[in-house]
Design a protein around this ligand. Structure first.
Ligand SMILES: C[S@@+](CC[C@H](N)C(=O)[O-])C[C@H]1O[C@@H](n2cnc3c(N)ncnc32)[C@H](O)[C@@H]1O
Length: 249
């Protein structure tokens, strides 16, 4: 099961999804929206379609025309207040410069008691997911050392890339991309930001692992849950929910 299916199954597992409205924040080409709509869930998507990797050309034109997928402009999610039961975001928050501003907007469009599902790596992840090189995201932005390190790692066979660039050129260019388009945060910073706008985190890494390994004869039950959680966080990223407080009225 891939992340798109995981997100769709997560929505279906909510009790009861009924006629729930779902927003995929940072929807990219819209695969999660498609996955949900195939399951008769009322799903929408929105994205800034940033220059770090703009997927808007891959979005079905009908999705834009019907308003199912919308472009975020001036930081505002183009949907009404309290209009969604669930907001999903998959591999988006590590690209967001101002996490507080984004979470404020997500909290605005969520209904009271609504839930966010987030999947993304924190700074503690061991492998930079966009290139596969261990710890490349831990270097200070702009440091020369990170370029030399990337070249060395590529020489040693780490990382994945396609194209014809030399190792050095690829390393120079990729580090510039990483500086400009990623904002890795510590788990504590992430927790604090979600707590300010939504609520405390409810970790779901074990569920994610179980779903990813579904159908494979692996004795997952023998591995303590804390270890499963750590493996997912360090090798992939965080998977968690956060709930907007129910209305007090
Ligand atoms: C790695 S892609 C993931 C796309 C999609 N969620 C998926 O799983 O296929 C990251 C996406 O985050 C979007 N993005 C980056 N910064 C954003 C922001 N501040 N607000 C909303 N979307 C953002 C990008 O435009 C891009 O589509």
């Amino acid at each position: 099961m891939n992340n798109y299916e995981f997100c769709a199954r997560w929505v279906q597992d909510q009790h009861p999804p009924g006629d729930a409205r779902v927003l995929d924040y940072g929807c990219g080409a819209g695969q999660i929206v498609d996955e949900l709509r195939r399951r008769d869930v009322t799903a929408f998507g929105c994205d800034v379609f940033y220059d770090g990797g703009d997927y808007s050309g891959q979005v079905d034109a009908a999705r834009f025309a019907s308003g199912v997928i919308r472009r975020i402009e001036d930081g505002r999610i183009p949907f009404d207040d309290a209009s969604f039961d669930f907001v999903i975001n998959n591999q988006v928050m590590e690209h967001v410069e101002d996490l507080d501003a984004v979470l404020r907007e997500i909290a605005r469009v969520l209904k009271p008691g609504g839930v966010v599902l987030s999947l993304f790596p924190d700074r503690g992840v061991w492998r930079e997911g966009h290139c596969g090189i261990p710890l490349l995201h831990r270097f200070a932005k702009g440091s020369r050392l990170r370029v030399h390190y990337a070249v060395l790692m590529r020489l040693l066979g780490f990382g994945y890339f396609t194209g014809t660039k030399t190792r050095r050129q690829w390393s120079e260019d990729f580090c510039v991309w990483l500086d400009q388009w990623t904002h890795y945060r510590s788990l504590d910073e992430i927790r604090a930001s979600y707590a300010r706008h939504l609520g405390s985190l409810r970790h779901r890494e074990e569920d994610w692992l179980a779903r990813r390994l579904e159908g494979r004869p692996l004795p997952l039950a023998l591995v303590p849950r804390a270890v499963q959680r750590l493996i997912v966080r360090k090798l992939g990223g965080l998977v968690f929910e956060a709930r907007r407080a129910p209305s007090s009225g």
